[in-house]
Design a protein around this ligand. Sequence first.
Ligand code: HEC
Length: 207
Amino acid sequence: MFPQEAAKRDAARMTQGHAVYRQYCADCHGDRDPVTGSWVNGPQTGVVVPVSTLKTDPERVMFRHYDVLAGAMFTVFPSKHPFHFAREDIWPQPGEENDLSIRGYVNAPLDGMFLRAPYLHNGSVLTLAELINLKKRRDVFYRGDNTYDPVDVGFRSPDAPDARNYFKFDAAVRGNSNKGHDYPWAYEDLRRNPDDLAALLEYLKTL
Ligand code: HEC
């Protein structure tokens, strides 16, 4: 995709990054098989992680009517409609609609991650470097420019934003929190190892 970036790749760095990924990420997200090139789910892929564990923004699964949405979706769309999913694939599951403690977000495969910025379900993190806490997450940024950043992987926020051309994203607004998902380490964690994180970022670029 980005030949200049790919040319800089170094095999030892990639091995280091892959080891970090296997240790801290692959259980939940799965990994790409280096031989076949296809995605292999991990033991926890497809599982919903409660918001209380993940600590990303809760509004997406706590809003009023969330409890009735899955059932309504299942009954409203006729069986041949593309939005008619199997009932077990739509959360919350029958009988679990009112259990707030299990509401959360699903562990999904990360293939093609470089194409999927901004990150998290609410798009609150602009780059992968920030998502893995290699860099501090920006609390305010501007969308609308969409210049791609192949180094940090994601979008750049313009240096000279103006209200007319850009949308201001403020993580302090309800529903916009950029907190949580502090894997492998939170930014403030004393165990945080920037060298391992830089190697991890290089590996993520290949997914
Ligand atoms: C306990 C399971 C778990 C672990 C461990 C975990 N993640 Fe995640 N990850 C999730 C969940 C759940 C989400 C969705 C969170 C959301 O959208 O609020 C997510 C979201 C992501 C996203 C954003 C996906 C998108 O489409 O926006 C990326 C990238 C990611 N994780 C990378 C990683 C990396 C790299 C690691 C290892 C350092 C890791 N994750 C460890 C569960 C996990």
